[in-house]
Design a binder for this molecule. Structure first.
Ligand SMILES: [Zn+2]
Ligand SMILES: [Zn+2]
Length: 270
């Protein structure tokens, strides 16, 4: 998977829909829309994209998502060029998060890691440049911190996710994001109900991190989302009841090979 930088200059393209879309993403939904990718034709389904706001202060990263349709020609975004009958090259993106330009502060361009001299890294001539691989993990963690998402849940699935491409990868990531987003709330709810304990809910398991690891394992468990991977219908409707407490082993087995297995029958009775 590669990571690309898409640019936005509000002076040239006002994007009046953006506040509404931003609010939807803040509520946990994803938003699908086209974005100009300059002249870059090699972008593929499942590639990661970041959106940067330029031309107007404050400059910085304002969105992130994945490509769900590779570059295609469509009506130009520029009104003048549109009137001249010109076409532009676009990718269709599924945005996991867009910041609201009227209230949110972008992840400042001054905080971003550089790979070119001066500010040039983040102010390219056109949309659709590739972000060098060695910058990406720092960018991801700065962004996760900026939008207030813990990156805890990403750690163990990385290998699993990297084995997939295209739409399968997006579905897996979406599933993981849902688990991540409500993880803390689910842990809190379960502890309250269950005398402060977090016990794996897979039938036949019952692993309790605190019991085994003592203080170190206190408050630790994975949270698994029961709805199958690839269910696109209700990304916003995840409730705490759709989530279960699982141990790391069971969670890895549930998802092994990019699947989403039911809890029942996961553990072999011996
Ligand atoms: Zn899971
Ligand atoms: Zn377990």
């Amino acid at each position: 998977m590669k990571t690309y930088l898409l640019t936005w200059n509000p002076n040239r393209s006002p994007e009046p829909e953006m506040p509404r879309q931003a609010n939807a993403t803040a509520a946990g939904k994803t938003v699908i829309g086209r974005w100009s990718c300059g002249n870059t034709k090699q972008i593929e389904i499942g590639d990661r994209v970041f959106l940067i706001r330029l031309g107007v202060e404050p400059k910085g990263i304002v969105g992130s998502g994945w490509v769900v349709k590779p570059p295609y020609f469509d009506t130009h975004w520029d009104v003048q060029k549109q009137a001249d009958g010109k076409k532009g090259l676009f990718v269709m993106c599924e945005w996991e998060r867009i910041l609201n330009p009227t209230i949110d502060v972008p992840l400042s361009i001054n905080k971003l890691p550089r790979w070119n001299i001066g500010e040039k890294s983040w102010t390219p001539q056109s949309s659709g440049i590739k972000i060098p691989t060695h910058i990406v993990s720092e960018l991801e963690s700065l962004w996760a911190k900026h939008i207030g998402v813990s990156s805890l849940g990403d750690v163990f699935v990385d290998d699993e996710i990297s084995a997939f491409e295209g739409e399968e990868r997006i579905a897996l990531i979406r599933h993981r994001k849902r688990e991540q987003k409500l993880r803390d709330a689910k842990l809190k709810q379960t502890k309250t109900k269950n005398n402060g304990r977090l016990v794996c809910e897979v039938p036949g398991c019952g692993f309790d991190f605190e019991k085994v690891y003592g203080e170190l394992g206190k408050d630790f468990a994975h949270v698994h989302h029961l709805k199958p991977i690839g269910d696109r219908n209700s990304p916003s409707l995840t409730s705490l009841d759709d989530l279960v407490i699982v141990c790391a082993n069971c969670h890895a087995m549930i998802h092994k090979g990019g699947k989403c297995r039911p809890l029942e029958g996961l553990i072999h009775a011996s």
